[in-house]
Design a protein. Structure first.
Length: 409
């Protein structure tokens, strides 16, 4: 049955050619061939549930490309094909959020009685899923140290079926030796998943480093404008069928309008990331020189513990990182963090990142098991947006001013 789900698995004809193209050329062309739709540069937004068949026989045999809206439309296919090309994947599914992208991947490869190894610096809502639903379904999750590398071997059990990686880790940005972990996992026949939202496939391509399933919250940089929720899960040839079957069974799908917006975002992803990278690195280096700052958590800084792995494996950095505000007494951490955040006017206070505006928040890491966060003060996470860097520094300067003890304190 040549349903849309099969079509998503087929690599585009120009795959060989696109291997030799630069990333921005690839982003400008991936996913849609204008000659297939009257020459229009962008694909149509096809909003659909029902697809009509010409006759009963065609309906019985499903002998046409599109069957039903949940199984894909020309718009969602255009995005899936673009992501396949960027990830080097055999197939990609769209789901309604980045969180759903991780949970669907776990549901695809885990069964009752299985054991899963999940990095301790995992995106917090994934930890919640593991500790509630996966536990209820009889899957045992063990959190491992992101710096473990090949020593992850000691944690394997006969029933270990999945290893989940995320590098850099959420909020504290610890790096992982992904190829070393993947090699061990494959010796034990476990599937390796990676949440690659931070780097995007432009700066790290998980499937080239031994990962089986690459996950992105396209909500972040691919969408880029803080107005879309969407997730993608991209699998290699060995793991694709199971992923596709799971998603068809669950009935999750991406909406055509959202897929269109993310495809539109991809066209400018390369230049936006360059700007996020440059501004964030500039600000990270500037923060390192400030006496109010105890530590900057950014993988591209030579002072950062995982820097060597980042340099070995990654092609760039995005715009989100954290720093530790130096605060003497733990009792003051929260009030100082709040004073800093309230001192900001250009940076917005809000969750998520990857959009055009700069954002800040006070990181909460109470549930870490083995990768304990820095303790010299409160951890503040910054998403450096597309504004002018001097204005952002001036804003941060005002916030530092707001944290200073008043003369009578
Ligand atoms: C934001 C984020 C997600 C979740 O994405 P949503 O679309 O907001 O659900 C998953 N993983 C990482 C690493 C994220 O930063």
């Amino acid at each position: 049955m040549p349903g849309a789900e099969e079509m998503q698995g087929i690599m585009s004809d120009n795959d060989d050619e696109s291997k030799h193209q630069g990333p921005n050329t690839q982003l400008a062309r991936a996913g849609h061939d204008p000659s297939l739709y009257h020459g229009f540069i962008n694909p149509p937004v096809v909003r659909a549930s029902t697809v009509l068949f010409p006759d009963a026989k065609a309906m019985e045999a499903h002998s046409q490309k599109y069957i039903y809206g949940t199984r894909g439309t020309p718009t969602t296919d255009a995005l899936c094909e673009a992501i396949n090309e960027l990830e080097g994947a055999a197939g990609t599914i769209l789901v309604p959020s980045g969180l759903a992208a991780v949970t669907v991947a776990f549901l695809a490869y885990l069964s009752p009685g299985d054991h899963a190894l999940v990095v301790d610096t995992v995106y917090g809502n994934v930890r919640h899923f593991c500790d509630t639903m996966l536990q209820r379904f009889g899957v045992e999750v063990e959190y491992y140290d992101p710096s473990i590398g090949a020593a992850i071997e000691t944690l394997f059990r006969p029933n270990t079926r999945l290893v989940h990686t995320e590098a850099p880790g959420s909020n504290t940005f610890e790096m992982q030796d992904v190829p070393a972990i993947a090699a061990i996992a494959h010796q034990h026949a476990a599937v390796v998943t990676m949440d690659n939202t931070w780097a995007t496939p432009l700066y790290f391509r998980p499937l080239n480093f031994g990962v089986d399933v690459s996950i992105q919250a396209s909500t972040k940089y691919p969408a880029g404008h803080a107005d879309v929720l969407l997730g993608t899960v991209s699998a290699n040839a060995q793991t694709w069928k199971r992923l596709r079957q799971t998603n068809n069974a669950l009935g999750f799908c991406g909406a055509a309008d959202d897929a269109y917006q993310v495809l539109r975002g991809l066209r400018t992803l390369g230049i936006r990331l360059e700007r996020h990278q440059e501004s964030a690195l500039d600000i990270a280096k500037w923060l390192e020189t400030r006496e109010e700052v105890a530590r900057v958590l950014h993988p591209a800084l030579p002072s950062f513990p995982g820097h060597d792995i980042w340099k070995r494996d990654f092609k760039g950095t995005s715009g989100v990182f954290s720093f530790v505000l130096g605060v003497e007494h733990e009792a003051d951490f929260k009030s100082k963090a709040q004073a800093f955040l309230d001192g900001l006017t250009i940076f917005g206070l809000g969750y998520s990142w990857g959009g055009f505006p700069s954002l800040a928040l006070h990181v909460s890491l109470d549930d870490r098991k083995v990768a304990l966060p820095p303790s010299e003060g409160p951890i503040l996470r910054l998403q450096i947006g597309l504004e002018d860097v001097d204005d952002l520094k001036a804003d941060l300067q005002r916030a530092f001013q707001a944290v200073r003890p008043k003369p009578n304190e």
